[in-house]
Design a binder for this molecule. Structure first.
Ligand code: SF4
Length: 509
């Protein structure tokens, strides 16, 4: 019997940008008595079902975006005689769906790290439950990923999680409802050990794959202080101090290591934190800018973001501290109009963001937006026989690009204008101009290659309606992904030691 863990994807690029961390964490959760699990990431290559033997255990992790492909994989695996178990955010939200559509024997809700071994045992004994509750495990129980199972020469960035959960409550995001609003922060020692393991193997680019790397803001501290709530204040201060401890340890790693994370814009008001990021070599951060108008920010419950010149100043503050911003913007908010697209493109340029992504508002399950949207949709509104309210089950070729009716723009207008902003931001002259942020010609050429790859992977395969364009983009991405990966590789450092203890400093309030 072989345990196989599969990360489903309907497109494969031969090379992956970031390691799908869940595969390697669940591999660590697989009891050693079952041998090493076989890991399949379909963003690299599609699954070869002829390798499945009767009695194998197949674990499939799904989010809403890859659920349909996940169900195809599950049905094929079950037909081949495997025991099929689902997990992931989407299976947590809709635990019956994998049973109805994906050939599931069992479904795990919540964090799989703790419960996975028992699920395999039960399935092999034929006594499995229909649904298991993995719950939310504490940070101390997070497992170190099994990086020894990584396929060689396949990924550009490795991924390490330092904190799970986010205290905010943005209406389009499911993280705070699935991972919780209480930050579960791993000890800096556990994080550093994993990073050192990766550097020994030749990874020098590491994504700190966190929901929000800045879980305690200066405003949170001031509010707790004003409320005269000493317990809450102490908890927040301890969380903040741990962040600084982690960054201090990151700064002691080899200087060729580069980190990237996700962070809220509030960090731009915290120079002490930004300075620590600079020392830690955290060179990039995805910042959810979402909207450039205050009406747009109100639409999505993100009032803590800024607009106008204040927004430009905040984004530039990251850059002044050596942190490049990947700005994330949403189009199709109720208050958006045709002028919003140009205003967004102009702001991205003025603020000098290094990379940007422009996504169309999509109601994802688990979000407040989805709950509201679902109430407005006629259950008889179907595409290809699938209710619109289960849009992730609609075949890719029939799937609409815009789901939320807009008061002033048609879906096609939103899609075309969004595509135009991608085209403008990633035009060759604009990329060349932005590439000045790297010091030499070789670096600038690498920057151009990576910008084009990013655009091919995320814009053209996601927005285009015509399947020829989608296929062309996927092929292009395959071609440029290989040389791009070489730019990220580094000689292994098998002798690298974990840095010694740091003295815990007390960051100021
Ligand atoms: S969008 Fe970002 S800040 Fe908002 S809830 Fe999600 S993770 Fe938190």
């Amino acid at each position: 019997m072989v345990v196989r863990l599969i990360n489903p994807s309907h497109v494969s690029f031969g090379i992956g940008v970031i390691t799908p961390r869940w595969l390697y964490v669940l591999a660590a959760a697989t009891p050693r008595r079952f041998g090493d699990p076989v890991l399949v990431d379909e963003t690299l290559e599609p699954m070869n079902f002829s390798t499945i033997q009767r009695g194998d255990v197949v674990g499939i992790g799904i989010h809403t975006g890859n659920a349909l492909r996940g169900y195809e994989v599950g049905r094929a695996a079950r037909e081949a005689g495997a025991i099929v178990i689902y997990g992931g955010i989407h299976a947590t939200l809709y635990p019956d769906e994998p049973h109805e559509l994906g050939g599931a024997h069992a479904v795990v809700k919540g964090d799989g790290d703790g419960v996975w071994g028992r699920v395999i045992d039960d399935c092999l004994a034929g006594t499995q439950d229909r649904v298991y509750e993995g719950g939310r495990i504490e940070a101390g129980e997070f497992l170190q990923a099994r990086w020894d199972l990584l396929p060689p020469d396949s990924y550009m960035w490795a991924s390490v999680q330092t904190v799970r959960g986010c205290p905010k409550h943005c209406s389009f995001c499911s993280v705070w409802r699935t991972d919780g609003q209480k930050p579960r922060q791993r000890s800096s020692d556990a994080v550093i050990e994993e990073i050192v393991d990766l550097r020994r193997r030749g990874f020098r680019f590491i994504a700190l794959a966190d929901d929000n790397f800045y879980p305690v803001t200066l405003t949170d501290l001031h509010m707790a202080s004003r409320r005269k709530d000493p317990h809450q204040l102490d908890t927040l201060k301890a969380l903040r101090a741990e962040r600084f401890e982690l960054m201090e340890k990151l700064s002691q790693l080899p200087r060729d290591m580069i980190f990237f994370t996700q962070i809220t814009m509030e960090a731009s008001e915290d120079p002490e934190f930004l300075n620590a990021m600079r020392r830690a070599n955290i060179k990039g951060a995805l910042v959810g800018i979402e909207s450039v108008t205050s009406e747009g920010l109100k639409d999505i419950y993100k009032p803590f973001n800024a607009t106008g010149d204040e927004l430009v100043n905040k984004l530039q503050a990251f850059r002044r501290h050596g942190v490049h911003v990947l700005g994330s913007f949403i189009f199709g908010l109720p208050s958006d109009g045709p002028a919003t697209f140009d205003a967004t493109a102009a702001l991205a340029e003025k603020a000098n963001v290094t990379f940007a992504q422009f996504v169309m508002l999509t109601p994802f399950p688990g979000t407040l937006d989805f709950n509201e949207w679902e109430k407005t949709i006629d259950p008889e509104n179907r595409i290809g026989g699938i209710p619109l309210t289960r849009h992730w089950l609609i075949p890719q070729s029939l799937r609409p690009k815009v789901y939320v009716p807009h008061p002033r723009m048609t879906p096609d207008e939103i899609r075309q204008r969004t595509q135009a902003v991608w085209d403008q931001f990633y035009s060759l002259p604009k990329i060349w101009n932005r590439s000045k942020c790297v010091p030499n010609l070789k670096g600038r050429l690498a920057f151009m290659l990576i910008s084009k790859l990013y655009r091919q992977m995320y814009a053209n395969t996601g927005i285009a309606t015509d399947s020829a364009r989608v296929n062309r983009s996927a092929n292009w991405a395959r071609v440029i992904a290989k040389p791009c990966r070489r730019l990220f590789a580094a000689p292994p450092m098998p002798e690298l030691q974990v840095p010694g203890d740091v003295v815990r400093s007390s960051p100021a309030l």
